[in-house]
Design a binder for this molecule. Sequence first.
Ligand code: FAD
Length: 592
Amino acid sequence: MPQSTEVKVPDIGDFNDIEIIEVAVAPGDRVEVEQTLITLESDKATMDVPSPAAGVVASLAVAVGDRISEGALILTLESDADAPAAPETGDSDSAEAPGSASQNAATSGDDPAPAPVPAAGDADLRTELVVIGAGPGGYTAAFRAADLGKQTLLIERYTTLGGVCLNVGCIPSKALLHTAAIINGAAAMAEHGVEFGKPKIKLASLAGWKDAVVGQLTKGLAGLAKQRKVDVLHGVAKFVSPNMLEVTGAEGVVRVAFEQAIIAAGSQATEIPPFPNDDPRLMDSTDALQLEEVPKRLLVIGGGIIGLEMATVYQALGSRVTVVELLDGLMPGCDRDLVRPLAKRIEKLYDAIYLSTKVTAIEAGAKGMEVHFEGTKAPPSETFDRVLVAVGRRPNGHRIGADAAGVQVGDAGFIKVDSQQRTNVPHIFAIGDITGQPMLAHKATHEGKVAAEVANGAKVHFEAAAIPSVAYTDPEVAWTGLTETEAKQQGVEFEKATFPWAASGRSLGMGRNEGLTKLLFDKSSGRLIGAGIVGPHAGDLIAEATLALEMGADAADIALTIHPHPTLSETVNFAAEMVEGTITDLYIPRRK
Ligand SMILES: Cc1cc2nc3c(=O)[nH]c(=O)nc-3n(C[C@H](O)[C@H](O)[C@H](O)COP(=O)(O)OP(=O)(O)OC[C@H]3O[C@@H](n4cnc5c(N)ncnc54)[C@H](O)[C@@H]3O)c2cc1C
């Protein structure tokens, strides 16, 4: 027997009177458990409200633009305990849709896609290729496709192109990290007999300069799109069938029919619901990059790359910084010997670094944010002027109406793709953060090129031997290929050389001696399989090791390549010479 269930807004933390920006279902629609019903957006965060049960929407109590709070009625669901788990798949047309199950099975080896329901009605726009999202993945894919002759439409919900990376990620953070490096570098000169005064920080000018850098790049992208005749449509895109999108923008809804699509909808900061997320003193990375103020005491929750980069910026600008990390070490995923020099340096600069510690609650008070901790090494509650939550990013897979196109999205919101970036629906590709780790701009751009080329008929694959990771902290930490930890876990037999920068003239001349360059070579093939570097400019230096790895270079190839002297790049050369046994810049006793 069908049962009527009232679906209400669940516990959404401290949010109240929050705007509905999307209603994903209509009366008569069948919904599955966990399927998104509505999307809420405050000035701090966007949240999907999932369905608690499967069933058919009997009536809808809300509309886009309504403001609601916990407990408000969203819709009434006719639920049936015997209801099938899979969505209804419509009529016989769907069997011939390009995203049909049989084609998918041949392509990706996945479970067959549900046969999608074709959308009714005419399109306002038609295009050969549509790209959803204009981040580094999306704009690269669109530009490459246009260069190959495809009629391409790029859809972006925000007014500027460039996505997270250009607007609120890689570029603004690196602009501010440059400022931090100059401030810290100038202070360090005192030890060399050159003293500068205390820097006067005009926060609004600094923020303006950072925004100008971003603006130059995003305007540049708009120009590049125009030159290539890539059409740009601003609005929120949602699939309504395997060949149709609805794009909701300032001008209303535009229906876009397409032959092929590339999903490049990226990711967003993960937030912790019970925290007072609507208090401006609780920041995510986007807020922190706005530079509203330099708090006296800043707590950074999350000792990963983004958290530590922002900690570097705020410490240099004058904040007293504390970092709290749930795991037992900073920057999980990176070898401990590479993290150690960074940890040693920041332990001296920061108020505290709490490892193996969880933040259990944050209370917003008049005097600040009172933070409660838990763990064997947890401190008592402390009050901070601001708190930055940097605990990772969530892919946007559940926010694009993927079901209507038959595109499978995993529980976490990632879209699975094959080595040609195809989803389970062969004419729909996905790239960038939405396809999985590592969530990095350079992975997104390379995947974007593969998707565009495959969409144009090329038989190419994404088969990078290594994707480098970089923390632009001080010192920088960079690694590529296998880490030493991974090599050990995988039982790979390797030979390792670690060159200490204390023996690099260039590094000493910069007043820095804590760096390391580590190379790992496969014992049987002799080839480079991994590299890690910590020290100033490690992020630039790792590119050579990545190229060597891609080219299948062995220690002799690197050791015999003449590197300019005196440079930090020589440390890569020297590490290879250590493996070759030809190093003269260090004394290594012969093994008997
Ligand atoms: C603070 C910070 C610093 C970072 N620093 C670095 C770094 O130094 N190096 C690095 O490699 N990576 C860095 N990253 C990560 C990097 O920004 C991402 O990996 C990269 O932006 C992913 O690119 P993408 O194209 O997959 O998605 P995104 O850049 O997330 O772009 C997705 C785009 O899709 C749009 N969109 C989403 N849904 C829709 C929809 N339904 N309709 C229309 N448009 C939609 C979004 O508005 C967005 O513009 C950083 C991230 C942060 C937050």
